[in-house]
Design a protein around this ligand. Structure first.
Ligand SMILES: [Cu+2]
Length: 208
C-alpha cells in the first residue's frame, strides 16, 4: 500500500468509511490500465483535509516511471534521474509549465503541482519519453493496474461522484454518484481511451 493511502486509511478510522472498488474498461470491454479513479465529494459532504503528499517520477532505462501519476493539488514531485546519462525534463501544459535542464542524479528542488488539471511531461533529449500527471483537488483517488481495477481506500461516509480519467482518453467518461456508509462500494466505469503503447527508443543512447 502506498504511504498516502495508508495515511487515508488511518485517518478515516473504523467508523463510517469504506473502500470504493472500481473496474475501468473501454467501450469494447477491455480493462484499462493506468487510468485514474477520482472520488469527489458532492455538496453537503465535507472534503477531509489531509497532509500534502510527496511523489516521485524517476527516469530509468530512458523512460519515466511511472508513466501516469495522480496527485492532490499542492503535492511536490521529485524527478530523480537513475540513469547514467542526463535528461532534460519539461512540461508545456497550462496547469504546470516547468523545465529541469540537463541533469544527472536528483534535482535540488521538487516541482510543486499547485493547480488541478492534466500535465504532460517529456524529455528534450529522448523524444519517446513521456509521463502524465493528473492533479486533482479531491484527496480520494487511485490508479488502475493492468487488470483495470483500482481501490480507493477509506472514503468517509457521504455522497460522492466517481469519475474515471486517462491521459489518452477520447472524451470524459460517464461518472457515477454513490452514497458511502460502511460497506464497500463496487462499480464499473466505461472510458473510451487509447491504451498506453511503449514507444521505440530511436536515438543514440550514448550521445549524452
Ligand atoms: Cu531523457
Amino acid at each position: 500500500m502506498r504511504p498516502l493511502l495508508l495515511v487515508a486509511v488511518l485517518l478515516a478510522g473504523s467508523a463510517g468509511a469504506a473502500n470504493v472498488e472500481v473496474l475501468v474498461q473501454t467501450p469494447a470491454g477491455t480493462p484499462l490500465a493506468d487510468a485514474a479513479v477520482l472520488v469527489e465529494p458532492l455538496a453537503g459532504t465535507p472534503a477531509r483535509a489531509r497532509p500534502r503528499g510527496h511523489a516521485a517520477i524517476e527516469q530509468r532505462g530512458r523512460e519515466f516511471i511511472p508513466w501516469m501519476t495522480v496527485v492532490q493539488t499542492g503535492t511536490s514531485v521529485d524527478f530523480p534521474n537513475n540513469d547514467t546519462i542526463r535528461h532534460h525534463v519539461y512540461s508545456f501544459s497550462e496547469p504546470k509549465r516547468f523545465e529541469i535542464k540537463l541533469y544527472a542524479g536528483k534535482p535540488g528542488q521538487p516541482v510543486v503541482f499547485d493547480k488541478p488539471g492534466q500535465v504532460d511531461i517529456g524529455c528534450n533529449i529522448h523524444d519517446w519519453m513521456e509521463a502524465h500527471v493528473l492533479v486533482v483537488d479531491t484527496p480520494y483517488f487511485a490508479r488502475t493496474g493492468a487488470d483495470g481495477r483500482a481501490t480507493v481506500a477509506g472514503v468517509p461516509a457521504g455522497r460522492y461522484r466517481v469519475r474515471p480519467w486517462h491521459p489518452l482518453q477520447k472524451g470524459a467518461g460517464a461518472p457515477q454518484d454513490i452514497e458511502i456508509d460502511d460497506a464497500p462500494a463496487r462499480m464499473t466505469l466505461v472510458l473510451d481511451a487509447r491504451p498506453r503503447q511503449t514507444k521505440p527508443h530511436t536515438e543514440d543512447p550514448d550521445r549524452y
